[in-house]
Design a protein around this ligand. Structure first.
Ligand SMILES: NC(=O)c1ccc[n+]([C@@H]2O[C@H](COP(=O)([O-])OP(=O)(O)OC[C@H]3O[C@@H](n4cnc5c(N)ncnc54)[C@H](OP(=O)(O)O)[C@@H]3O)[C@@H](O)[C@H]2O)c1
Length: 273
């Protein structure tokens, strides 16, 4: 399933899931890709090498998207350098310790909550409509979310990010309606609750990683494996295809069925023998 759109900006593609998305888009035929980073230019260059290997070209763009001005200017710069912006993906997220409180804390400082909102909700509110101005008919906007944070409220130290992701998903629905007349789709994609070492998950305290890996391994994830960046990138590429032109305003979870499990039932009653 080749993608016919030719330009893409992937915010936060120096590492993790954003890198997997930029590389997948290149493999599926997107010709010019904006690779955005915050401080790790060395990592962004590795993404650029992968994009080039896949036969596409890329430009490196630096910005702190928790700053409103930069969230706009980086999109304008990308569109100018790429000659358009048919696809816009928001995958950027500040490093873990800037948002998270320690594992047992129920009090998250206002500054951390604010950074979560500035980098997720406000950045998207500014960057997505800016990108849409440079989109051809049939453009695509995708925001990386976190379903559990957006919909539930169990993981206390993540209150800022969870509520910011809820705002992000809500905005996807509003923008989907507003942009439908131009054939632009807007969707949120939520990776499974854990990823591999290259992603944000790899920055969590080791006790969190161990506990979540064990949780999946024993069967709380019916597929009994981690969500990989490539699982998320595959869905993003599908959403950028012609065939997904009628899918908009949705929050789609890529978690191997993990979110289907019922916390009120003992696991032994849910996992088939
Ligand atoms: N990994 C998971 O388990 C998981 C689960 C659910 C949802 N998600 C969501 O998936 C998305 C990608 O997560 P990930 O794990 O791939 O993250 P990641 O590996 O930590 O990568 C974060 C990216 O954001 C950039 N960044 C950091 N601070 C920034 C700032 N202030 N302004 C702009 N960009 C900044 C980084 O640039 P530098 O390299 O220059 O620092 C990097 O490109 C996020 O939206 C996250 O919330 C992830």
């Amino acid at each position: 399933m080749k993608i016919k759109l030719s330009t893409a900006l992937v915010m936060g593609s120096s590492r993790g899931i954003g890198r997997a998305i930029a590389t997948k888009l290149a493999r599926e035929g997107v010709k010019r890709i904006g690779i955005h980073y915050h401080s790790r230019r060395d990592e962004a260059e590795k993404t650029l090498a992968l994009v080039t290997q896949a036969g596409s070209s890329g430009v490196l763009l630096q910005a702190d998207t928790s700053d409103a001005k930069q969230a706009r200017s980086v999109v304008e710069q990308a569109a100018e350098e790429l000659g358009g912006c048919d696809i816009f993906v928001q995958s950027a997220v500040p490093t873990f310790e800037k948002i998270y409180e320690h594992a047992l804390s129920t009090e998250v400082p206002l500054s951390k909550w604010q950074l979560a909102f500035d980098s997720q909700a406000r950045a998207f509110f500014i960057a997505a409509p800016t990108a849409a101005k440079y989109m051809r008919d049939g453009g695509r906007i995708i925001a990386l979310s976190y379903r559990a944070g957006a919909e539930t409220g169990g993981w206390q130290p993540w209150i800022g990010m969870g509520s910011a992701k809820a705002a992000l998903e809500s905005m996807c629905r509003y923008l989907a309606v507003a942009m439908a007349r131009d054939g632009i789709t807007v969707n949120a994609v939520s990776p499974g609750a854990w990823g591999d070492k290259s992603t944000l998950f790899g920055q969590t305290p080791q006790q969190v990683q161990d506990a979540m890996n064990e949780w999946g391994r024993v069967g709380w994830n019916p597929m009994k494996r981690n969500c990989l960046p490539s699982d998320v990138a595959n869905l993003c590429a599908l959403l950028c295809s012609d065939e997904a032109a009628f899918v908009t305003g949705q929050s789609i979870v890529v978690d191997g069925g993990g979110s289907l499990m019922n916390p009120e039932f003992p696991l032994a009653l849910q996992v088939p023998r």
